[in-house]
Design a protein around this ligand. Structure first.
Ligand SMILES: C=C(O[C@@H]1C=C(C(=O)O)C=C[C@H]1O)C(=O)O
Length: 188
């Protein structure tokens, strides 16, 4: 069952996903995490920067939708939100050389939108990472590995997510890898 999300015109969906606190734990369930996607599942620093370095020509962000909505119960639990508490949700496609490489879903609780955080509602096609990694008050927590619950090979199979903390508040960034990212020919 695909997770709730914004409509896309390309048929790509963010699938329901089982999350593991480590890549090795996920690997016990699905050894594919140790294949060509492993590098991308473990990229430290800005994921956007890593994708930009992989591009031959152009990187861009397509916004599929953003607005106040209810996170899934699992997302709310992971963020410590009260059930049915709305948050700012942003779904984008991260595209390299004109091709979608990653679907991203970011859950931003209302507490994160206060003060300078209000910029998080006005990112548009600017990458979220450019803001988070340029703001020292945001600190990334550990990466989790996700196994997507889909049988459609063109949909994301593997994912990663992490919380970014600003004091006692946190937002959650989920990145769902499309096979085109890690099955494409390596750069020469
Ligand atoms: C957190 C980052 O931001 C990236 C950009 C996103 C966006 O613009 O919505 C979402 C997920 C990330 O891959 C990053 O670059 O590491």
């Amino acid at each position: 069952m695909p997770s709730k999300g914004f409509n896309r015109d390309d048929g790509l969906i963010i699938p329901a996903t089982h999350w593991y606190r480590s890549l090795s734990a996920a690997g016990l369930r699905n050894p594919a995490v140790h294949g060509p996607a492993r590098h991308w599942l473990q990229v430290q620093g800005s994921f956007t920067r890593a994708l930009q370095q992989q591009c031959r020509q152009r990187f861009h962000v397509d916004v599929c939708g953003e607005g106040f909505a209810m996170p899934s119960p699992e997302e709310a639990r992971r963020l410590g939100l009260a059930p049915r508490q709305r948050a700012w949700i942003r779904e984008v496609r991260l595209c390299g050389d004109g091709q979608p490489w990653v679907l991203a879903r970011t859950i931003i609780p209302q507490a994160c939108l206060q003060g300078k955080g209000r910029r998080l509602r006005n990112l548009g096609n600017k990458p979220l990472g450019a803001y988070l990694f340029s703001s020292p008050e945001w600190v990334r927590g550990p990466l989790e590995t996700g196994l997507c619950q889909t049988t459609q090979t063109q949909q994301p199979q593997l994912a990663r997510r992490s919380l970014f903390y600003r004091g006692e508040n946190a937002l959650m960034v989920g990145e769902y890898l499309l096979p085109a990212l890690y099955l494409s020919k390596p750069r020469l």
